[in-house]
Design a protein around this ligand. Structure first.
Ligand code: AMP
Ligand code: ZN
Length: 136
């Protein structure tokens, strides 16, 4: 349920400081220490799970609901114009803290955040092939 070497388990246990938005039975939310925009916050399950592939459906559902709650708080109280939810899974997917979390990143008209990639063009045959591979 808790990993002694995990930074976010230490946040939950108040062993390292954080600016909490809530601390409840299933989830905890707090400010990201290196925000991408004003109000960037994280929601995590109390139970330690490494990532999206490992988390239980119940903890995932609670954390997803928490992300919606964060987004509503950011809209109502900070007046953001939009929100990006982000989950990174695996080092190749940019995950740096290995306790499942969802970023809720408020967006403001004209803010400097940019997509780090450009969508690629791919032909229909290739898409069909990949879809078949995914369906298994
Ligand atoms: P990710 O790279 O998706 O795994 O996100 C990890 C996030 O956790 C980053 O945005 C960090 O800025 C943030 N972070 C790391 N340590 C802390 C901490 N002690 N308190 C709050 N946020 C943290
Ligand atoms: Zn943890």
């Amino acid at each position: 349920m808790s990993d002694p070497n995990c930074i976010f388990c230490k946040v939950i246990a108040h062993e390292i400081p954080a600016h909490f938005l809530w601390e409840e039975d299933e989830t905890v939310a707090f400010m990201d220490i290196n925000p991408w925009t004003r109000g960037h916050a994280l929601v995590i399950p109390r139970n330690h799970s490494t990532d999206l592939l490992e988390i239980s459906e119940q903890d995932l559902a609670a954390t997803a609901a928490g992300a919606q709650r964060l987004a509503r708080m950011q809209k109502e109280r900070l007046g953001c114009d939009g929100v990006n939810l982000l989950n990174s899974c695996g080092a190749a997917g940019w995950q740096t803290v290995f306790h499942f979390h969802i970023h809720s990143i408020p967006r403001y008209e004209g803010d400097p955040l940019q997509l780090p990639t450009r969508p690629q063009q791919v032909d229909q045959d290739e898409l069909a092939k990949i879809a078949a591979e995914l369906r298994g």
